[in-house]
Ligand binder design. Structure first.
Ligand code: ZN
Length: 400
């Protein structure tokens, strides 16, 4: 590529409007956030709760540190949404006048040890619901990020944080805070630098789950070009090594409530019948799998290909592919979507060419509800040209 073309291409990627970075942010954060794109205003914010027991205190300077971190994560999502064709879209946040992110400080009724990893989220979410009822209008959406300070005991401390919930559960997700959770350590090859990638990457990944995202792996080509998908093993790479959002993730976020642009009055997640599949076929051509689906009530059709087992957290290696529409939506709301899966984009990790393989088809409805439908086939019995039998009436399930 000629240099002039390259410059033109790079300048197209630069944000048109730059976001202001608060003056009280650390110099290192200002340096990292310089050139931030202004994110499209959203109709609904992500709610961020800083949750304490009745016997512990916030970690020092948490408002500045977590604000810098949330700006960084919001910018990562915005940059990746832009690259995937959704310019400057990211999750919205409630902001304070000084530019800090609004953290809802919620104090639990019990000792902080009652809100531990594993089951502590139940009591915590119940008490956040009570807080929301007592402060009508302050919790602005269905999506919640809860941050708790690390335990301090024989096992955990600020140099080895943990003990508190750290996972995504439906539209809620949990992350943690500790003294060195600070952008100033970003990308540094020090204990604090590696810790930051682990817990910042972890926050961004669990947040992805809380924003409706399932795990996914990238294609061979995309991973060679862009590194690790955030919703694969990107929690171990963000801030340290190239990390990206797949088009599958970006399309799901396109219909996530807290990504909806200001003025979008969609009644997100309201009950909606499952998509009706009028016609579906899956063919093995010898070089690729070709899935064709004609359905209604669906804005995006994606497919995830993986080896068994299909249990929770066994899906990090599911490679994501996205459909392109083949025609316009007809008068009864049906449209044909086609997904081409080149086998060269899958590896042996997905069992390609041998044994059983599973394909989950994800249907995203305009109001953000997601349905999943699974089909499996065995490579031992597939010959080029074969049509793989599909039973599209069976085993649809809501959400994922
Ligand atoms: Zn995960």
């Amino acid at each position: 590529m000629k240099t002039t073309t390259l410059i033109a291409a790079v300048s197209m990627l630069l944000p048109l409007v730059q976001a202001a970075v608060p003056s009280h942010f650390s110099d290192r954060a200002k340096e990292i956030l310089a050139g931030s794109a202004a994110v499209q205003p959203t109709e609904y914010p992500l709610n961020i709760v800083y949750f304490l027991g009745n016997d512990n205190e916030p970690v020092a300077d948490c408002e500045r540190r977590l604000s810098e971190i949330m700006y960084y994560v919001q910018q990562f999502y915005a940059r990746e949404m832009t690259r995937n064709g959704f310019p400057n879209r990211s999750f919205g946040m409630q902001m304070q006048e000084n530019g800090n992110v609004k953290l809802h400080m919620v104090r639990g009724k019990h000792s902080h040890r009652e809100y531990a990893y594993g089951t502590g989220h139940n009591k915590c979410l119940e008490e956040i619901r009570e807080y929301a009822d007592a402060h009508p209008g302050t919790i602005g959406s269905d999506h919640l990020l809860v941050i708790m300070p690390t335990f301090h005991d024989a096992e955990y401390n600020d140099l080895q944080p943990g003990g508190v919930p750290f996972y995504g559960l439906g539209r809620n997700c949990f992350a943690l805070d500790y003294a060195h959770f600070d952008l100033r350590h970003l990308g540094q090859n020090t204990h604090e630098g590696r810790l930051l990638t682990k817990w910042l990457g972890g926050l961004a990944h669990e947040l992805g789950h809380g924003l409706n995202l399932p795990h996914n792996e990238g294609t061979v080509t995309d991973m060679a070009a862009m590194g690790t998908p955030l919703m694969g093993a990107g929690n171990y790479t963000l801030g340290m090594k190239p990390t990206y959002l797949t088009l599958n993730s970006a399309r799901l976020l396109d219909r996530c409530q807290v990504f909806a642009p200001a003025g979008d009055k969609t009644e997100f997640y309201a009950p909606c019948p499952r998509p009706e599949v009028q016609q579906a076929s899956l063919q093995y051509t010898g070089k690729e799998l070709v899935l064709t689906i004609r359905c209604n009530n669906t804005i995006h059709v994606n497919a995830l290909v993986q080896a068994p087992p299909y249990a929770v957290n066994q899906d990090y290696e599911a490679v994501a592919f996205c459909a392109t529409p083949e025609d316009e939506t007809d008068a009864s709301g049906f449209r044909t979507h086609r997904i081409i899966i080149p086998l060269s984009e899958l590896t042996a990790r997905q069992n390609t060419g041998k044994g059983e393989q599973g394909m989950d088809v994800l249907f995203t409805q305009p109001n953000g509800l997601r349905y999943r439908w699974r089909t499996t086939y065995n490579w031992e019995s597939l010959k080029p040209g074969d049509m793989i039998p599909l039973d599209t009436q069976r085993d649809f399930w809501l959400g994922y």
